[in-house]
Structure formats: structure tokens, C-alpha cells
Design a protein around this ligand. Structure first.
Ligand SMILES: Cc1cc2nc3c(=O)[nH]c(=O)nc-3n(C[C@H](O)[C@H](O)[C@H](O)COP(=O)(O)OP(=O)(O)OC[C@H]3O[C@@H](n4cnc5c(N)ncnc54)[C@H](O)[C@@H]3O)c2cc1C
Ligand SMILES: *[C@@H]1O[C@H](CO)[C@@H](O)[C@H](O)[C@H]1NC(C)=O
Ligand SMILES: *[C@@H]1O[C@H](CO)[C@@H](O)[C@H](O)[C@H]1NC(C)=O
Ligand SMILES: CC(=O)N[C@H]1CO[C@H](CO)[C@@H](O)[C@@H]1O
Length: 526
């Protein structure tokens, strides 16, 4: 464990999914991290259950994708019911076909996912210091000093680090300390979430079921244990408590027995056991800023969403992966100018805050829809028909659009200062499109956390030399017509950032000088 004189590169407050992923990615890039959590043990409550395709793709960088897939359940289909009638069975096993190697909705209870991340971190010799709360910190401009308090007893200690990242959830101490307002709202409707076991049934068949009854809806999602399902829905009860911040609590005076009638009315399933029950109000908030000098916010500390679309945890993990290589760069590239450091670190906020705003806005729309009066006819007209019906019918364009929106594949950083301007279907700031070739897929190079060049078609010989001299990995691919469909351009060179987003697309005879210029203008050493 740590000794009082240890100095760290990064102190991470909070060991939820965001903090754990950040610790893993920073450690992988050779930084010395310390991570603390006030809780005695990882949370057992199963909150987020969907891990989206983009996360699985990026988990390949640390060899975590296969472990996660092993834990997960690939939802084969989802069903729609209205007032007792089965309206549609929508196969979704190949939902995002042609877009990613992971075209499904992967169901993994958050607690199991976190356990996997923490085990990997422990294998690497990094341990979460538990029962340790971040109380406060001082930013000296060249480093930070944080005060931690330890349970039991409440003794305190200090720790120094170059940077601090608040992954400390909705009630973030770091957010308060940097004076960032948490702008947004709390929704009135009260949700319940339960983890139950039930006997085999039409509704307990390994598929998802979205069931609308006159004044509410219930969603059943199976996971990797047969007979276990997650049930989520809008309670038909109302109360006036408006005080929580999205954490599952039992403070709303509602117990499972209060929602049992609505589940029975919708499904008539034979519930044999209730493993976990909670109610919550949904929030949509985005912190006014994600950084002040040496302190950053990530995950629920920075943004919190309504549960429609299941984006909360996934967005937090993406924050961590975005921030990790930037912190590693400013800490490792020793002669980087202060200006260049500032610009690179600022790009974290500009890239991730605008994405959080976009997610909040779109889940907001979805949410308002499913909680408004008369929402059943409304939802059928505005949501089910345009989106889900084509899905059922396999209209490819609509299917692709819905999948991209859900799976975070849609995330791009086109407007970022790190993206070279461009035009066309695929641009700087985008995710590199995926193209399947025979058995191989085009993401095998995803296992590196470093700058890369991908050349499709002819590659200029001196470019390979340049890249080798500068520590950039080069991958050259013979041109295939399939690449056109994915939006790739013949004989173009794609520069990828360490987090696998396209920094620039280069064509023509002066690629090498343009690449040099890309790095030089940003004060970066590749
Ligand atoms: C009922 C419910 C259902 C949800 N469903 C989904 C879903 O389907 N899909 C989805 O993507 N998201 C979902 N979410 C959201 C998801 O759970 C969160 O977005 C996710 O947990 C955020 O991870 P995090 O690491 O940022 O924060 P958290 O998971 O909140 O972790 C924060 C950690 O910081 C610790 N901590 C807090 N303060 C301090 C301090 N001062 N010092 C030290 N440690 C501290 C806490 O103990 C905790 O371990 C759901 C949330 C809820 C409540
Ligand atoms: C931490 O930093 C502060 C301020 O720079 C310094 O006074 C203190 O000695 C440092 N402590 C350790 C353990 O390095
Ligand atoms: C510092 O950066 C310059 C280019 O900006 C480079 O030429 C030089 O080698 C670097 N020095 C060190 C010690 O890394
Ligand atoms: C980036 C990447 O992994 N590219 C792959 C694209 O497909 C060809 C053909 O299968 C592979 O050889 C490449 O490795």
C-alpha cells in the first residue's frame, strides 16, 4: 500500500466503473495512480446492465473485451406488448451487423462488470484504498495535495499527486471543490428497478419484453443467469419526495409489494424470489465545467442522465478513456510547452462535455415521451412505428441509425481542436469504420494505446520510415472493395489517436509534411 512520502501522477476519487477504467488505462500507459473509495466494498446493486458496442471495442485495447463477453448475455430478441397483446418480436442479435464486430446488446450487471475491472487492476498490483473518503484538496498549480479520511475512526492523511480526477459519482466532492454548477433537472416520475427470479413463462424466455399497459410500462431484461430477470418500470404511485440524486434508495416509501400488482397485471409471471429492489428518480444534469486546472470530473460526477437508452455508465467509461491518454501525454512528454499541455487537456472538456450534452438531450426526448400523459398512443406513433417497425422489418438504414445512436458508435469529435478538418462520409474526429474481411476483422490493431497510421492501398515507402522513427505504429492494408462501403478512401492514410478516434485523413504526395505539421501545431510528440 502507499507510504506517506509516495507521490502519484494521478489521484482518482471513486472506484465505480469510471474510476476503475481510468485507473486501468493510466496504469497501462505507465503512470503511477492511486485510487480511493469511501465504500467498504464494491456496490452490489445492479444498476447499469447494458454495455454498448463501442465500450467492448475499446476494451480490446487492454485485452478486456473477451472477459466481458464471457460475463455477458447477448440479448437475442425483444418483444413488444400492448394491453395484453403481443405486437412484435424484434430480433436484435445482429442488430448492428456490418457496423461492428459486436452487433448485439450485451447485458452485464454493473456489479459483475466492476468486479471484473477491479480484479484486473489488482492483478496489475493496483489496489483500491477503501473506506477512504476524499475530503478536500488544494491545487498548488504544479501538483495537488488531497486530504483523505479513513474509516473506522475518521483519521485523516494527505497525499500528493500531479492531477486529481473526480470519479466520485453524483454527489462529487471534486465537482463542488472546482465550483462547477450541476445544471439541469430532476424528473418527477418515480421508477422502480428490481432483480427477481421467476418460473419459466412466456415472459421468462431469455428475451426482452417491453410491456405497455394502460397507464404505465414495465421492461423485463434477462441476463446471464437463467430465470433471473431485471424488471424496470414507472411506478403508478406518486409521492412528493424530491431529494435524491439518482442513487437507488428505499427512501420513497415504496416496497416491492407496491409494484407487484402492476408486474402481475402486465405479465402474470410467478415470482419466486426478489433479490433486490429499489426506486429512483431520474436526473438530467451536466456539470458547467469538467476541469479546473489540475482537477477533472468524469462519469456521474460530470453528467447524469435519464435511464432511457442506458447511456450513463457507458458515457462515464468513454470519459475515462478519453482523458487517460491526454493525462499520460502531458505527464510523459517532458518538454511539452505549458500551452500545448493546456490545449490538450482542454480538449477533454470540449469533446466530452458536448457529447454529454447531446446524450442528455436525446435521452431527455425519449424520457419525456415515455412519461408523458397519453404516452402509449404517442409512443406508438412517434417511436415504435418509425424506429422499431423498420427494425422488425430489417430496413437496413433505420436499423443502422438506431444502433449507432444507442451503442455510442455515433460519438465523434469532429469539432475538436485535435481533429483536422475534412469532408466526406468519414472525417477526422470519427471512429474508424469497421470492415469485416473474411474471418479477420479490421479492429485487430485496436490492442494498442498509441498513435497509429492506417493506410488503405498504396503506402508511400518513406512514410513507414518516418513513422518508425517517431514511434507511430503503421498498419498497411491491401485495398478491398468492401472498404468503400465502410466509407474508407483508397490510398488515404488515417492517423488514429491513442483512443482510436481519427485525428486526420491524409492523401496525396505531401502526407509526411502534413503529418509533421499536425503534431507540431499541437505541440505533440507522436
Ligand atoms: C437505478 C439505476 C439504473 C441505471 N441503469 C443504467 C443502465 O441501464 N445503463 C447505464 O449505462 N447506466 C445506468 N445507470 C447509471 C450508472 O449506474 C452510472 O452512470 C454509473 O454507475 C456511473 O459510474 P461512476 O463510476 O461515474 O459513478 P458511481 O458508480 O456512482 O461510482 C462513484 C464511486 O465513488 C465513490 N465516492 C463517492 N464520493 C466519494 C468521495 N468523496 N471519496 C471517495 N469515494 C467516493 C462511491 O462510493 C462510488 O463507489 C443507472 C443508474 C441507476 C441509479
Ligand atoms: C506535498 O506537497 C506539499 C506542497 O507542495 C508539500 O509541502 C509536502 O511536503 C508534500 N508532501 C509529500 C508527502 O510529498
Ligand atoms: C524537446 O522537443 C523538441 C521538439 O519540440 C525535440 O526536438 C527534442 O528532442 C525534445 N527534447 C527532449 C529532451 O525530449
Ligand atoms: C485495422 C485492421 O485490423 N485491418 C485489417 C483489415 O482487414 C484486413 C483483411 O482481413 C486485415 O489484414 C487487416 O488486419
Amino acid at each position: 500500500m502507499r507510504t506517506p512520502t509516495d507521490v502519484y501522477d494521478v489521484l482518482i476519487a471513486g472506484a465505480g466503473p469510471t474510476g476503475l477504467v481510468l485507473a486501468l488505462w493510466l496504469h497501462h500507459q505507465g503512470l503511477k495512480v492511486h485510487i480511493v473509495d469511501q465504500a467498504e466494498a464494491p456496490a452490489k446493486d445492479s444498476r447499469a446492465i447494458v454495455v454498448h458496442a463501442r465500450i467492448v471495442e475499446l476494451y480490446r485495447q487492454l485485452g478486456l473485451a473477451d472477459d466481458l463477453l464471457e460475463l455477458g448475455y447477448k440479448l437475442p430478441a425483444t418483444n413488444l406488448w400492448f394491453d395484453g397483446q403481443h405486437k412484435a418480436q424484434i430480433p436484435i442479435r445482429e442488430f448492428g451487423q456490418d457496423l461492428t464486430a459486436y452487433p448485439f446488446l450485451l447485458i452485464v450487471p454493473q456489479s459483475e462488470h466492476e468486479t471484473m475491472l477491479e480484479r484486473r487492476l489488482n492483478d496489475l498490483g493496483v489496489h483500491v484504498e477503501r473506506k477512504t473518503k476524499l475530503q478536500d484538496f488544494v491545487d498548488h498549480d504544479s501538483s495537488i495535495t488531497a486530504t483523505l479520511s479513513h474509516q473506522p475512526g475518521g483519521t485523516s492523511s494527505t497525499i500528493n499527486a500531479s492531477y486529481i480526477v473526480g470519479c466520485d459519482g453524483a454527489h462529487s466532492v471534486v465537482r463542488r471543490k472546482i465550483g462547477a454548477k450541476y445544471e439541469g433537472d430532476t424528473y418527477e416520475p418515480l421508477f422502480y428497478i428490481a432483480d427477481i427470479e421467476a418460473r419459466d413463462d412466456t415472459f421468462i424466455n431469455g428475451e426482452g419484453h417491453l410491456i405497455f399497459t394502460d397507464d404505465t410500462y414495465n421492461l423485463l431484461v434477462p441476463y446471464n443467469k437463467a430465470g433471473h430477470v431485471r424488471v424496470v418500470g414507472l411506478t403508478t404511485q406518486r409521492n412528493n419526495d424530491n431529494n435524491d440524486h439518482g442513487s437507488p434508495t428505499h427512501e420513497h416509501g415504496i416496497a416491492f409489494e407496491d409494484v407487484r400488482p402492476q408486474i402481475t397485471k402486465a405479465t402474470n409471471i410467478d415470482i419466486t424470489k426478489v433479490n433486490w429492489f429499489s426506486t429512483y428518480r431520474s436526473h438530467h444534469r451536466v456539470a458547467e465545467k469538467f476541469r479546473r486546472n489540475r482537477a477533472f470530473l468524469a462519469g456521474d460526477a460530470a453528467h447524469i442522465h435519464s435511464p432511457a437508452g442506458g447511456q450513463g455508465m457507458n458515457t462515464g467509461i468513454m470519459d475515462a478513456i478519453n482523458l487517460a491518454w491526454k493525462l499520460a501525454t502531458v505527464l510523459k512528454q517532458t518538454n511539452m510547452s505549458e500551452d500545448a499541455k493546456h490545449q490538450l487537456l482542454e480538449s477533454y472538456e470540449s469533446e466530452r462535455r458536448s457529447f454529454a450534452m447531446m446524450i442528455v438531450k436525446s435521452t431527455d426526448t425519449g424520457f419525456t415521451l415515455i412519461t408523458s400523459k397519453g404516452f402509449v398512443p404517442h409512443i406508438v406513433r412517434t417511436w415504435v412505428i418509425p424506429y422499431l417497425a423498420p427494425l422488425a422489418l430489417k430496413f437496413d438504414a433505420a436499423r443502422g441509425r438506431v444502433f449507432k445512436g444507442l451503442s455510442q458508435l455515433i460519438c465523434n469529435y469532429r469539432a475538436s481542436s485535435l481533429s483536422r478538418s475534412g469532408e466526406g462520409a468519414v472525417q477526422a474526429g470519427d471512429r474508424l469504420p469497421w470492415a469485416e474481411m473474411d474471418e479477420e476483422d479490421n479492429f485487430s490493431t485496436l490492442r494498442y494505446v498509441c498513435w497509429q497510421l492506417h493506410a488503405y492501398g498504396e503506402i508511400l515507402p518513406h512514410l513507414e520510415e518516418w513513422a518508425r522513427d517517431n514511434g507511430v505504429k503503421v498498419f498497411a492494408f491491401d485495398w478491398h472493395d468492401q472498404y468503400v462501403k465502410a466509407g474508407l478512401v483508397k490510398d488515404a492514410v488515417y492517423l488514429l489517436r491513442p483512443d482510436q478516434y481519427i485525428a486526420g485523413i491524409f492523401e496525396g504526395p505531401s502526407i509526411e509534411s502534413e503529418l509533421k505539421e499536425y503534431f507540431a501545431t499541437r505541440g505533440l510528440k507522436c
